[in-house]
Design a protein around this ligand. Structure first.
Ligand SMILES: *Cc1c(COP(=O)(O)O)cnc(C)c1O
Length: 366
C-alpha cells in the first residue's frame, strides 16, 4: 500500500538532529516562552522576509489572533465583512466567524482552485474591511489587480498560508505579501511539527505585539492582563523541531515540484483533469497534487484496490456544513463542482520513483 502521507518517513529523515534537540529541551527544564521558540521565530521571519513572526498553538489560532488583534486595535469592528474563498478548509471561515466578523464567500477559478480575483470587486460593500486569500494546495493566490483593489477600497489582506510555506510571487514569499499571514505546522503540512503548531507573520510591529500579548492570556507582564486573551503558545519542543525542519523546506518543496512534474507529464488518462502549472514554478509548493474527474469516487475506490491511498480536499464546502446552517442555502456552483470532483494523489518529499510510477500506471490503466 502506498500511503497518502508517510509522516514517520518524513521525520525519520532528520532523526538524529531532531532527537538531539528533543533531549536538549527535555533536559533544560524550560518548556514554554523560551529560547527555542524565539530562535525559530527569528529564523521563520528571516526565511519569509517578514519583520515579525509569532509562534502560536496552531494554524486556526494564527488566523483567529490576526482578526482578534485588529478588533482590539480598533482597525476592524464586529460585523465587518471579510471576503474569503468559498472553497477552503473550514479553519479560514472559523477564524472570521469566531471574531463575529462576516464571511463573504467568493468563487474560485476552476482552473487553479484559487480565488477568482476578477470577481472580488462586485462583492465589496461599505462594510468590507478585509480580504482573506488562501494559497490553496500550495499555490500562490496574488496579483497586481488584487493589490490595486485592496488599495482602492482600503482593505487589509490576510493570507491563509497554512498550505504554502516557501511559495514565492515576484521574489516575495507567501506570508510577506499581505498585511498579515497565518501558518500551520500541523504534522501533515509542508513544514510539520510533531503535534500542533502555528505562527503569524505580519508587517506592522504594533499588530505583532498585540498578537503576542493576546496569545499569552492578553498579558505582557505576568498577572497583568491588558486584553481578554487566550492561551495559544507554540511550545519549546515544537519550536526546536521546527527550527531543524525549516532548514530543509526549500529542498523538500523542490522534491514536491519534481513529483508534480512527473505526474503531469506521465498521467495521460483523458478522463483526468490535471492541475494547471503556474507560469513560475516558484508560485507553487505542491502541498497537495489535486486532480479532477467526474468519476472521482470510482477512481478513488479503484486506486485503493490497486494499493494507492488518496484523500479528498475537501468533500464538503464550509457553507454546506451543519456548523454553518444559516449559510446552507447559498449556492456556489464552481466551489461545489470542485468539491464533487477533486482527488488528492500522494505527494511528499520522501516518495520514491517507484511509488510515483506505480501510481501513474494505476491511473492510466483505469
Ligand atoms: C491546515 C489548515 C488550517 C488550520 O491549521 P491547523 O494547524 O490545523 O489549525 C487553516 N487553513 C488551511 C487552508 C489549512 O489547510
Amino acid at each position: 500500500m502506498i500511503k497518502f502521507l508517510d509522516l514517520q518517513k518524513i521525520n525519520i529523515a532528520h532523526q538524529q538532529e531532531i532527537e538531539e534537540k528533543l533531549l536538549e529541551v527535555f533536559r533544560s527544564g524550560w518548556y514554554l516562552l523560551g529560547s527555542e521558540v524565539k530562535n525559530f521565530e527569528s529564523n521563520l521571519a528571516n526565511y519569509i522576509g517578514s519583520p515579525n513572526a509569532i509562534g502560536v498553538a496552531n494554524g486556526l489560532d494564527a488566523l483567529r489572533l490576526i482578526f482578534k488583534a485588529y478588533l482590539e486595535l480598533g482597525q476592524l469592528k464586529v460585523g465587518d465583512e471579510v471576503i474569503v474563498p468559498a472553497n477552503t478548509y473550514i479553519a479560514s471561515i472559523l477564524a472570521i466567524t469566531d471574531n463575529r466578523l462576516k464571511p463573504v464567500f467568493a468563487e474560485p477559478e476552476i482552473g487553479n482552485y484559487n480565488l477568482d480575483i476578477s470577481k472580488l470587486e462586485a462583492l465589496i460593500t461599505s462594510k468590507t474591511k478585509a480580504i482573506m486569500v488562501v494559497h490553496l494546495y500550495g499555490q500562490i493566490c496574488w496579483s497586481k489587480d488584487l493589490e490595486a483593489l485592496a488599495k482602492k477600497y482600503n482593505l487589509k489582506i490576510i493570507e491563509d498560508n497554512a498550505q504554502s510555506i516557501g511559495a514565492e510571487w515576484n521574489g516575495i514569499r507567501s506570508g510577506n505579501l499581505g498585511d498579515a499571514a497565518g501558518f500551520s505546522f500541523y504534522p501533515g503540512k509542508n513544514l510539520g511539527a510533531l503535534g500542533d503548531g502555528g505562527a503569524v507573520t505580519c508587517k506592522d510591529a504594533l499588530l505583532a505585539k498585540t498578537i503576542r500579548t493576546l496569545a499569552n492570556y492578553g498579558s505582557e507582564e505576568k498577572y497583568i492582563n491588558k486584553y481578554q486573551g487566550l492561551n495559544s503558545r507554540l511550545d519549546e519542543i515544537q519550536g526546536a523541531v521546527l527550527a531543524v525542519k525549516l532548514k530543509y523546506i526549500d529542498a523538500d518543496n523542490d522534491k514536491r515540484r519534481q513529483i508534480a512534474e512527473k505526474y503531469s507529464s506521465e498521467i495521460t488518462n483523458p478522463k483526468i483533469i490535471l492541475p494547471k502549472f503556474p507560469e513560475q514554478s516558484e508560485n507553487h509548493v505542491w502541498h497537495l497534487f489535486v486532480i479532477r474527474t467526474e468519476k472521482r469516487d470510482e477512481l478513488q475506490k479503484y486506486l485503493l484496490e490497486n494499493g494507492v491511498q488518496t484523500l479528498i480536499h475537501y468533500p464538503i464546502p464550509p457553507h454546506k456544513q451543519k456548523a454553518y446552517k444559516y449559510y446552507n442555502h447559498l449556492n456556489f456552483p464552481i466551489t461545489e463542482e470542485i468539491h464533487r470532483e477533486v482527488l488528492s494523489l500522494p505527494i511528499s518529499p520522501v516518495m520514491d520513483e517507484y511509488d510515483i510510477t506505480a501510481i501513474v500506471k494505476a491511473i492510466n490503466s483505469l
